[in-house]
Ligand binder design. Sequence first.
Ligand code: C2E
Ligand code: CA
Ligand code: CA
Length: 235
Amino acid sequence: MKNEFVLYYQKQFDADQKTIGVEALIRWQHPKLGFVPPNEFIPLAEESDIIKEIGAYVLDEATNLILKWANDEIKKEWRISVNISPKQFRDEGFVENIKNLVISKNIDPKKLRIELTESVAIDNQESAMQKLDELNRFGVSISIDDFGTGYSSLGYLKHLHIDELKIDQSFVFGLGKNSSDKTIIKTILAMGEEFGFEIIAEGVETKEQLEELKNLGCNYFQGYFFAKPCHEDEL
Ligand code: C2E
Ligand code: CA
Ligand code: CA
């Protein structure tokens, strides 16, 4: 099964259009079904323990790449963001696994960022808080993915160790089209300022969206305008 999976990577940029890292995005090439998008198989995998295998595979690949890039003049500066599914995060040994990977490969934990969704951060807050504290102390950073789409409660932001909020692409798509998306983005950026989170916008497809985001004060970007997800060799 494992060799049917491959990781793609999509670059992330700062306001000077310098690459700061990549997000790892899994691809499944099924021998009969062909390409199956992650939005289709990840939710299914979540219903069984297969998600743990997939999650372990992704973390192993990503940390291998961090090790490989340690010898690359340019890429040694890059961080890799890895999507973590709720079930994977809730697993008892989750933090221990990450620590073991980082220690056994002797890589810099600061080069690894994990992406969680809001629901993960909110459900079972006590245990989430402990895990995020431990990851933070260890040096692994945390991003909240699809920010703004999940819960209306924001109280969790002040209790949890979070480094980055990722503005959901649906708000970026709405820029220039409806004023409420712009208002939401402004609000997220203001919160970032107040709490000291980095803010990255995903799904940036056009120059107009980029300019508007920059004008609003967003500093980090990801999207087809800059780069599509691709194989490691093409980065
Ligand atoms: P996500 O984490 O929100 O990832 C962003 C998705 O938007 C990716 O889709 C990416 O290819 C796509 N994208 C990036 N830039 C643009 C753009 O400018 N315009 C548009 N329209 N789309 C853009 P992808 O790769 O199909 O992944 C879909 C979702 O599957 C991800 O959403 C994530 O939730 C999940 N996923 C992907 N890889 C993994 C993984 O390794 N583990 C887990 N647990 N979930 C994963
Ligand atoms: Ca993500
Ligand atoms: Ca997202």
